[in-house]
Design a protein around this ligand. Structure first.
Ligand code: FAD
Ligand code: SIN
Length: 533
């Protein structure tokens, strides 16, 4: 058993930014960061395009960034939160630059600014096409310089501890549900331990692995949302799953697909269908740089109309030197599979990319459970509404990590550790006979979500998904109750929960808004509401 004042779950941009700030504030207190994989294996590491922030006061303004965010969010953003994130953004970005992150510069020393879908100005700071890798590196380097931050790798958080584990009945209407820490599966020793904490921050990232193809790495299984939901915390807007329009199409690939950043379209890349037609002008006057929901739906439609598994991104007209300078990683990846971007078009298809909803928080990152904060992709702060504006995610994570830090350092003095927490009870469980059952169920889940709860939905599809998920849930619960806990089993259970929450949110939303498009309700409802589960 470990005890700590500050427990951080997740070592991406949200978790590490928070940890650095708290550690700086309280040099005498230890900050514990746990992560289920290697320290840098996060969605953050794979971010390509960059971070949206107002940096050029001559052409850009807070008002423009705010307006772009609100337009992309399709009527569902919380304006107050949008204003706050956009205005606090520059200070947070300066901070990560001070910690050592490098963003590309022009010869005159000004930052190079990129552009992506839905942005009215060039405002994306980037490090070539590997921005996330550079930011994660800088954060981990800064953490390594702090003596009072400990990162425990390969440590899998299974559940949040609340009054439920003390034998009390906890329901959604229980007032003052409290978080006392977490149960973790120590993957080195293969046993469940408890970590007790005064303050716990969930920074567990996204859930792309719920779908058959995703830009997200294997860690993105929605664990934080699922744990918070089991602990009776409030979850909102889960139906808004963002599909990135342009993941590289490689036949037969399941799971993580390589991303072709939207910044390629920002620099002039053009989407074409199998007939070579630049089809985006038929869908939106902003053409290839329309917000992501519109572009992904247009591609989905073109693929269905033409019976193809992908469309193309045409970069042949772009200056090859500029391309290789801005996108060296994409250039190399394409070359490695025989695509020379100066001669060949890149086959691309939409893939699950970002969870816009998540654990509902207030403007300080506080969840509905006391002493439990949520930050980064696992949270739902009100910034993204029905569709996240490109490159607003890294920004949100940093702004809210700062806010979680500001609030939690004020609260920590009034909280004491609850030492009455029982050990994990593994009575009556045994090693699962067949691991293959878990992998088969996972494939089924991904198939159900892709076929019935993808870019375009309708009521019959959602009902089908719901019935199939019920069966998968029942089978998995039986396995869970009788088996010794393994990461694969817990992840499967979490992903089914997340699938259920997406279907539930989608079924409640009787309209089409942002990323949720239901052909039975093609218009927007007058009732503008968040769906809280
Ligand atoms: P992550 O960085 O995903 O970190 C999650 C952490 O939680 C990991 O350390 C993981 O191991 C840990 N974890 C999860 N579950 C458990 C558990 N049960 N126990 C212990 N640890 C756990 N956004 C932008 O703004 N700009 C971009 O250019 C951009 N490009 C992107 C490109 C790609 C390919 C992808 C996938 C995403 C991109 N995004 C971009 C989105 C952005 O990268 C993510 O939303 C953001 O990095 C999430 O950060 P995070 O700290 O919330 O989570
Ligand atoms: C991209 O680079 O296209 C991804 C940007 C994002 O998800 O914000």
């Amino acid at each position: 058993m470990q005890q700590t004042d500050f427990l951080v779950i997740g070592s991406g941009i949200a978790g590490l930014t928070y940890a650095l700030k708290v550690a700086d504030h309280f040099p005498e207190k230890k900050v514990l960061v746990v992560t289920k994989a290697a320290a840098d294996e996060t969605n953050t590491k794979y971010a390509q395009g960059g971070i949206a922030v107002v940096n050029d006061p001559v052409h850009d303004s807070f008002e423009k960034h705010i307006e772009d965010t609100l337009v992309a969010g399709d009527g569902l953003c919380n304006r107050q939160v949008v204003e706050m994130v956009v205005k606090e953004g520059p200070e947070r970005v300066s901070e990560i630059i001070r910690w050592g992150a490098n963003f590309d510069k022009e010869a005159d020393g000004d930052y190079k600014l990129g552009r992506e879908g839905g942005h009215s100005e060039y405002r994306i700071l980037h490090h070539k096409d590997v921005t996330g890798k550079e930011m994660e590196r800088a954060l981990l380097d800064a953490v390594s310089r702090k003596k009072n931050i400990e990162i425990i790798k390969h440590c899998f958080v299974v559940d949040i501890i609340t009054q439920h584990h003390l034998g009390y009945l906890v329901t959604k209407s229980t007032p003052d549900i409290e978080c006392y820490g977490v149960y973790v599966l120590n993957l080195h020793e293969n046993k469940i331990e408890k970590i007790l904490a005064k303050i716990t921050l969930l920074a567990t990232g996204g859930n792309g692995q719920v779908y058959r193809t995703t830009t997200n790495p294997a860690i993105a299984t929605g664990d934080g949302v699922s744990m918070a939901y089991r602990a009776k915390g409030r979850i909102e807007n889960m139906e808004f799953i963002q599909f990135h329009p342009t993941a590289l199409f490689e036949p037969g690939i399941r799971g993580q697909s390589f991303l072709i950043t939207e910044a390629v379209r920002g620099d002039g890349g053009i989407l074409r269908n199998k007939h070579g037609e630049a089809f985006m002008e038929r869908y939106d006057e902003r053409k290839d740089l329309a917000p992501r929901d519109i572009v992904a739906r247009a591609i989905d439609n073109e693929m269905k109309r033409n019976g193809t598994e992908h469309v193309y991104l045409d970069c042949r007209h772009m200056d090859p030197l500029n391309f290789t300078e801005h996108f060296p990683n994409i250039y190399q990846k394409c070359l490695s599979i025989g695509i020379d971007i100066s001669k060949d078009m890149i086959p691309v298809a939409p893939a699950a990319h970002y969870m816009c909803g998540g654990i509902k928080t207030d403007e300080w990152g506080r969840s509905s459970i006391k002493h439990l904060y949520a930050c980064g992709e696992c949270s739902s702060t009100g910034l993204h509404g029905a569709n996240r504006l490109a490159s607003n995610s890294l920004l949100e994570a940093m702004v809210f990590a700062h806010r979680c830090y500001t609030d939690s350092v004020k609260q920590v003095g009034d909280i004491s550790i609850n030492t009455a927490i029982p050990d994990w009870n593994a009575m009556g469980t045994s090693e699962p006979q067949e691991m293959i059952l878990i992998t088969q169920s996972l494939k089924e889940l991904q198939q159900i979500m892709t076929d019935y709860v993808g870019i375009v939905r309708n009521d019959i599809r959602l009902q089908r998904a719901s019935r199939r998920l019920d069966l998968l849930w029942e089978e998995t619960e039986n396995l869970y109750k009788s088996s010794v806990v393994s990461p694969q089993l817990v992840e499967l259970r979490n992903m089914i929960t997340v699938g259920y929450l997406i279907v539930k949110g989608a079924s409640f939303r009787k309209e089409s808004r942002g990323l949720h498009y239901n052909t039975d309700y093609p218009g927007k409802s007058d009732l503008v509401q968040n769906i809280v589960l």
